[in-house]
Design a protein around this ligand. Structure first.
Ligand code: SF4
Length: 324
């Protein structure tokens, strides 16, 4: 059995964006040359601000969006050679909003059983039993089998979404902000459930979140994304103890402290998030970087291995790639 479950090599996704009437469309590089290797059993956290490309990357892994460049392999197979059902057997998503991701007209039982139906499972007589087993596994009482989503709490709905994702025994679950729509009191229950399920079922998670506390709690490795690129990647402990990239340092500074009276910390991100259709030259982070060097606006940094971390920043003497 291969150790690598998903491999991304120099993956790009470009959208052509309308620039107005009578004007040529312009390219938006939502994902711009991302390489990642996801190993079996790990939890890789993808973090970054809205618009940095994390969800686009996840949609490409799920086969919902074709890449415009590079190579995506699932279990060693190019994603474009796999049909949607084959990908769905290996990878399943859990979306952030359990209020909109469940069909309000279907009962809990039929929502969870839907993937069995879609995959033409050959044993319909066993579906009810299997649904009740998975309900028990995710902490849903079987008496809710005939209930509808509007009769459930937010936490119960997210458990239904998790049960639906797991009913066909996928190897990888892509969790896109799995707790951000839930009350704080319920968030930790769902995170603990995801942890337990991972241990019990040997799952691999891709965890997309802008909540660094959630990522630190669950992820084993973290990739920080900025304007479509991974700018830093390391084991979670290493990254949180010693962030290298100025953007990662700013993100960690921005985490609110529970200390009363300290207020909202200064992120040191001077300028606002740039327009991805017209990204800054050189290092795209340079207009916001407190440590920018003279050549940062002109020269694109390349990935450099520093200690236990991969980082894309001139501060670490990466080889220089000139802007053409
Ligand atoms: Fe800052 Fe330069 Fe590093 Fe970019 S390459 S993060 S501008 S120091």
């Amino acid at each position: 059995m291969t150790e690598t479950v998903i491999e991304l090599k120099d993956v790009t996704r470009t959208f052509m964006i309308s620039a107005g009437a009578f004007r040529a469309k312009r390219p938006l590089h939502a994902v711009n040359g991302v390489s990642l290797t996801i190993k079996r059993g790990e939890v890789i956290g993808l973090v970054g601000e809205s618009g940095c490309g994390k969800t686009t990357l996840a949609r490409m892994m799920l086969g919902l969006l074709p890449a415009t460049g590079g190579d995506i392999r699932i279990e060693g197979l190019p994603v474009e050679t796999l049909d949607r059902l084959a990908i769905a057997r290996m990878l399943q998503p859990i979306f952030q909003d359990p209020y909109s991701s469940l069909n309000p007209r279907k009962s809990v039982g039929s929502i969870i059983a839907l993937p069995l139906k879609v995959q033409n499972d050959p044993d319909p007589a066993s579906w009810r039993q299997r649904v009740e087993q998975i309900m028990e596994l995710v902490g849903l009482p079987s008496r809710l089998y005939q209930n509808y989503p509007n009769q459930l709490s937010g936490g119960q709905r997210q458990r239904v979404a998790i049960a639906r994702a797991l009913i066909n025994n996928p190897q990888v679950v892509i969790c896109d902000e799995p707790t951000s729509a839930l009350d704080v009191s319920v968030q930790s229950q769902i995170l603990n459930l995801l942890q337990d399920l991972r241990r019990e079922l040997g799952l691999t998670y891709v965890l997309i979140s802008h909540n660094l506390a959630v990522v630190e709690h669950i992820a084993t490795r973290v990739a920080v994304m900025y304007l479509g690129r991974v700018v830093e990647e390391a084991e979670t402990e290493t990254l949180f103890a010693n962030p290298r990239h100025p953007y990662t340092q700013a993100l960690l500074t921005s985490v609110l402290t529970p200390e009363p009276g300290l207020g909202v910390p200064d992120t040191h991100l001077g300028a606002t998030f740039p327009n991805p259709v017209d990204p800054p030259s050189g290092c795209t982070f340079h207009p916001r970087c407190a440590q920018a060097l003279a050549h940062c606006p002109r020269v694109i940094p390349t990935m450099t291995h520093v200690g236990e971390t991969w980082v894309e920043c001139h501060l670490y003497n990466g080889s220089l790639r000139k802007v053409s």
